[in-house]
Design a protein around this ligand. Sequence first.
Ligand code: DHB
Length: 305
Amino acid sequence: MLVSYINNIKFENPVLVASGTYGYGHEVSDIANIDSLGGIVTKSVTLEPREGNPPPRIAETSSGMLNSIGLANLGVDSFCKEKIPFLNELNTNIIINIAGSTFDEYEIVMSKLEKLENSNHIGYEINISCPNVKEGGMEFGVLSDMTEKLTSKLRILTDKLLIMKLSPNVTSISEIAKAAENGGADAVSAINTVVGMGIDIYTRKPKLYTTMGGLSGPAIKPIAIANVHKIYKEVSIPIIAIGGISSASDVIEFILAGADLVEIGTLNYTNPNIGVQIQHDLIKFCKENKVDKLSDLKGKVKYHV
Ligand code: DHB
């Protein structure tokens, strides 16, 4: 009922967790039933270790969250040594998120991961849309020719799933999605965070050290649905929807808009098991509404005219 595929890769259910909201899995393994998820997307990995931006780097907003973490991570070499062994023990699909600032950086990180003989990861999500640092690849994600070139360079390096993660902070997200498809991506994921800012009225300081950051959570869900639908109308590769999902009905909205799979992000912070709960509610919805396969609903929104 909930099984989905990207190419020949099977997802037991369409509910994954988004990069940066689940660490590398072991951080939440005591409190969450990770193996029941459709998959985990790891926190972004870069070539070199990064401390990230100074605090404050997270701030709460109405129905959402601002963040400017700045790609804090341990770098690909330590990731391979310290994180891959735990990830390998999991019984769910592992997707490694890669960030970089040059073609070379993305290519070197991917080559190192491809050389691992003992890793079970089934694919890569390529972050070309981090709003918080130059190294987040934003310059790739706003230009369609750069997106296509990066995608095709990475395509040559791997037979695993290649998923390009797209930014909503662009003029035409469907053009960027088309470029990813032309470059040979297996899927796109959308949306990354929306550029946002908050100010403490007493100190008059921005709520984030970097002044602006990325807004996520239920506040951005309608923006995400519109962007997923724009992409759906333009490309034929699968779409992984991200943006403020907090319930099974949110997942169904995204599937009707054209999504194949979804990633839960910000809501993991309030309940790291929300992805598992949502699956139970999706099964209930399918039974009650005589839906044989959730994937039958893809793109089935009915316009008023
Ligand atoms: C970060 C934020 C993002 O929205 C993203 O896609 C990747 C990284 C960060 O600040 O670390």
